[in-house]
Design a binder for this molecule. Structure first.
Ligand code: MG
Length: 429
């Protein structure tokens, strides 16, 4: 496939003449149904993880979480509606330039006051989504913070209209077959046991974290296990994928090429986020597709990475791409260019995961996403679990997309307080 790096990612810039239909619907959300913005707060909590998740870069034991909460009224009726947006920033900057403290400062010091100021210029009215997008320029290099603001505005508009995100994207009633993520393990036997457990739970794909010293032998043992399970036809055998989280250096190309015989769906982000050259060299060396994740921090980065030959599978993470609108642009571009894509996860609560699950239900998402129910990795969630079932024919899991009002259910206030939530009112500019 040839991709011209100068091709426009439709809808991503001011020159986009004809945004794709989903982006158009997104930008129009809120048009003609004005909301009055009455107040805003940031809410911060820590969600305990069910078990530590090891990656090449460290171990996650708790999921710090930042929520944007907007208080609004429907201008025509005075009915109160809230808008909630989950910020994907983690506790450190291992994967992104923003951590949760940085996102707190960006949202509280720049983006939320800017939203308030923009609303005040319109008599207190909240903008449509298309009018909110330019605020991203006020916080360059902070896609995670902007994505949380965008989500909160979208949630309020959807809630006011009584519609769901699934309705907007045309996927109400859909289901997804999720993939699971398994952290690094102390031995091949431990890794095989962990993956076999996920297989028994019905995940159609298992992604394994790898790193120097825990890669070829580990994945080889897994491939042997999968081949034996397929041979004996014993239940669900998930497809396998690996994720290096940028832990390898340019000198590791030949070593990583030893993963090629293992029939992996893809090798995800083995090299640093700015090292496209090593990704391209690996892609030239092996048949297994190379997927990028951390490198893809916006629509332009996606186009450039694919055009350079460094990336043949795109991990779509709405937060890292700068919001749902940008993610819809990337999906449309991938569809047009014939580039496979899938939806990645960032250990979201049930709020953020409702959003990514709807995106994963879009037609064309042919690879399974990191869309496991949050109960797989969190001991406590902010919202009730999504409906799920086991497909009897394949013994694999299906998770229903959220098609209630808003982007997701409203977080449970009692759970927030039980977790010691810290609330901070943000002046509206
Ligand atoms: Mg990844």
């Amino acid at each position: 496939m040839e991709v011209d790096p100068h091709d426009d990612v439709s809808g991503s810039g001011p020159t986009a003449a004809a945004p794709p239909p989903l982006r158009h619907a997104w930008d129009a959300l809120g048009t003609g149904a004005a909301l009055l913005l009455d107040g805003a707060e940031l809410v911060r909590i820590g969600l305990p993880m069910r078990a530590p998740v090891g990656t090449a870069a460290g171990t996650h034991r708790s999921r710090p979480l930042l929520l944007v909460h907007l208080r609004c009224r429907i201008a025509a009726t005075g009915v109160v509606v809230d808008g909630w947006g989950e910020c994907a920033a983690l506790g450190d900057t291992t994967y992104d330039a923003e951590d949760v403290d940085d996102a707190w400062d960006t949202l509280g010091g720049i983006l939320v006051p800017a939203l308030g100021g923009a609303a005040r210029s319109l008599g207190g009215l909240l903008h449509s989504l298309g009018a909110v997008q330019p605020l991203a320029a006020l916080a360059p290099g902070r896609p995670l913070a902007f994505a949380a603001l965008e989500a909160a505005v979208a949630d309020a508009h959807l809630r006011a209209s009584g519609g769901s995100f699934a309705d907007l994207l045309g996927v109400p009633g859909a289901e997804v077959a999720p993939g699971a993520v398994v952290g690094t393990a102390p031995s091949p036997e431990d890794l095989v046991a962990a993956v076999a457990s996920r297989a028994a739970e019905g995940y159609v794909r298992v992604k394994v974290k790898i790193g120097p010293g825990a890669d070829v032998d580990m994945v080889g043992a897994l491939a042997d296990w999968a081949a034996a399970a397929e041979e004996s036809c014993t239940g669900n055998v998930p497809r396998l994928q690996v994720d290096g989280n940028g832990a390898y250096g340019p000198g590791d190309v030949d070593h990583l090429a030893r993963l090629d015989p293992f029939r992996l769906l893809c090798i995800e982000q083995p090299f640093a986020r700015d090292d496209l050259a090593s990704h391209r060299r690996l892609a030239e060396r092996i048949d297994t597709p190379v997927c990028l994740d951390e490198s893809l921090d916006g629509p332009v980065a996606v186009v450039d990475a694919v055009a350079s030959g460094a990336c043949s599978v795109v991990c779509v993470k709405p937060a890292r791409l700068g919001g749902i609108g940008n993610a819809l642009d990337v999906v449309a571009w991938c569809q047009a260019a014939g580039v496979p894509w899938w939806v990645g996860g960032m250990f979201e609560s049930g709020i953020g995961r409702r959003v990514t699950t709807v995106l994963g239900a879009l037609p064309g998402s042919t690879l399974p996403g990191d869309l496991a129910p949050p109960a797989a990795y969190l001991t406590t969630d902010l919202v009730p679990p999504a409906a799920q079932r086991t497909d009897p024919a394949s013994a694999t899991m299906r998770v229903a997309v959220w098609d209630g009002p808003g982007l997701a259910p409203v977080p449970d206030a009692a759970v927030l307080e039980a977790l010691g939530a810290r609330h901070a009112v943000v002046p509206l500019g």
